[in-house]
Each structure stands twice: as C-alpha cells, then as structure tokens.
Design a protein around this ligand. Structure first.
Ligand code: PEP
Ligand code: MG
Length: 326
C-alpha cells in the first residue's frame, strides 16, 4: 500500500471519468511542513494558526508569528496556503489567557472570531504578521466560527486597515489577498447566497458543523457512533453548501475529518466538492480511491438518495457497496 501511495504521489488527482479534485493537507506547526512534499498535497487547505499559541507559554510575539508564516509560505513553494485566524476558546484553551471565564458550554462560547473581534489587538497583530510574511505573493486568510456576515465585514475592516498601514510604511504587500470563512455554524446555512457574495472562498468545518447540526459533542465518545455524517440530513446540508458555491462561482472546500476517510471523501466528491483538505497521511488512500472513481455514476446515486426519503436514513452501506463494485 505505502508503495502504491508513493507511486501515486506525483500522478494527477483525477477520477476515472476525468474529474479533477484538489487534495490539500491540514497543518498547524512547522514540523508538519515536510509532509507537503512527501504527501504530494496540492497545498495547505487549512493552517491552524492557533497551534503556535497552544504550544507556547505566553502569546507568541508578532515576530514569531511572522517567522512561522514565512516558513510555511516558503516551504509551500507557490502552492496555495490558507491561514485560519486563531481559533482559540472552546476545546482549545490557552492557560496563559485569563480573558475567558469558566464557560458552561465552551463549544458554544466565547471562541474563535467572537473572541478575536472582542480583542482586536490579537487579530491586528496576526493579520499584520500574515501580510508581512506574504509580501509579494498570495495571501489567503480564513475566519473560523462565523455566525453572521457582519463578523466578516468587521474582520475585513481590520484587515483593510492593516493593509493601508503597511502600504503607508512602504512594505511589500501581498499581490492578492483572499478572505474566506469557515462554514461550521448552522446559522450560515440560511445565509448561503449572501455569504458566497461576501467572501472569496469558503471551507466547511465538518467537525464543528456536524456537532452543531446533530447537537452532538464532537469529543464525546459515548455518542461517537450514534449519528452518521453519511446520512440524508447531513449530506443534504453539505450539498446545499456546494450548490450555493457553484451558483455564486465561489470556491468551496471542506477541511474537517470527513475529508480524510476514503468513503466520505468519495461522497463529498459525489456531492460536488472539487477541493478537500485532510491530514497528510490520508492523501495517499484518498487519491487511490479517486483514481478508481466514476464520479458521474456516484452523482446519480447520491442525487436519487437525497431526493427520496426525508427521514434520517444512513447511506453508508449504499456508499460502501458502490465503492466495492467500482
Ligand atoms: C472543523 O471544525 O471541521 C475544523 C476543520 O476545525 P477544527 O477541527 O480545528 O475545529
Ligand atoms: Mg472547527
């Protein structure tokens, strides 16, 4: 198997019937970077910047942030990198950050963009470090846990102000700046068309989105097998997001754990996803699946299954059977 994955590494990631899918990797620390070349990933679809904050004893200084982002961009050698602004709070606590009170429901609490918009100094410092590190190249910034579009507008204002500041001081700016949002809070599902107009790209955070759609704690082992993401209701949600992106011509990707398991990655492709981001070790197995896949047949199976039956129906068996006969 390892042999096969190595052989596949430099092959294009295209299905049997010619559908191209970008297989990206998730990362968060400098130690992850060699995996980019080793896995053959098309880029970094999710760089979790909060990891640098979580392994530190105090808030990383602006220079340390900038240095990390520079290293990331340098090792990416022109492949796209999506930096997510710090997603702290919830299950990701910083022991040295006293701003957060004990919360009854941390997953629903003061976290991610909610926290950084309330402490704009944090976001400003990070944005400035990103802009400086990406001078002369492309910068992609992604906002976590967006609930309402006003949060994107507020973050953009902070970003724009930093751009103006750096250009006044004659810094080399990024040649292109793209701002995207994670889709992981269900409220966005009823603002999809407006969302797609408000951003340059979106990425589905299926770990949190599934947790919130199913009202099921993502870390609770007792519940981990209870509801299946490969079921009619959740797949309808994922399809709605892909369709809204296609209507608006806004690129949609998915960067949760779902992307890294061949059966669910296959399903995402059948729903219209043409870019998915996963742990580097998953790229080989997912690419092996993709090379054998007839996307058009899978699309038929899925649209029929999602059109019929509104009840909670698990499609995993059907999808496994499809994969086996492929
Ligand atoms: C997600 O929620 O799916 C996601 C990719 O972000 P994280 O796992 O870091 O919350
Ligand atoms: Mg998340």
């Amino acid at each position: 198997r390892q042999e096969l994955y190595r052989e596949l590494r430099d092959k294009p990631s295209v299905s049997k019937d010619g559908v191209h899918v970008d297989l990206m990797m998730n990362a968060g620390l400098a130690v992850d970077l060699p995996q980019l070349a080793e896995s053959g990933a098309a880029g970094i679809g999710l760089f979790r910047t909060e990891l640098q904050f979580m392994v530190a004893a105090t808030f990383p200084r602006a220079e340390a942030q900038e240095r990390l982002y520079r290293d990331v961009l340098e090792s990416a050698k022109g492949k796209p990198v999506t930096f997510r602004t710090i997603d702290i709070g919830g299950d990701k606590v910083l022991p040295y950050f006293r701003g957060a009170a004990q919360e009854e429901n941390p997953a629903l609490g003061w976290r991610a963009i909610r926290l950084t918009l309330d402490r704009p100094g944090l976001l400003r410092t990070q944005v400035r470090a990103l802009l400086r590190a990406a001078g002369g190249g492309e910068l992609r910034v992604m906002l976590p846990m967006v609930t309402e579009l006003g949060e994107i507008a507020q973050a953009r204002e902070i970003i724009d102000r930093e751009v103006r500041h750096l250009s006044r001081h004659a810094y080399l700016l990024p040649t292109t700046l793209k701002v995207g949002a994670m889709v992981e809070v269900p409220a966005l599902l009823w603002q999809l068309d407006e969302l797609m107009e408000a951003v340059d790209f979106v990425s589905v955070g299926s770990n949190d989105l599934f947790q919130f759609v199913m009202a099921t704690d993502r870390g609770n082992a007792q519940l981990s097998d209870r509801f299946d993401p490969l079921s009619v209701p959740f797949l309808r949600v994922l399809k709605q997001i892909a369709d809204a992106g296609a209507r608006a011509n806004t690129p949609v990707t998915l960067c949760g754990e779902l992307a890294g398991r061949p059966i669910s990655a296959m399903t995402l492709i059948g729903l219209g996803y043409r870019s998915i981001s996963m742990s580097p070790a998953a790229i080989g197995p997912v690419k092996a699946m993709l090379c054998e896949l007839q996307v058009s047949r899978l699309e038929e199976l899925l649209s029929a299954a999602l059109a019929s039956g509104g009840a909670f129906r698990n499609l995993r068996r059907d999808l496994q059977a499809f994969a086996a006969e492929n």
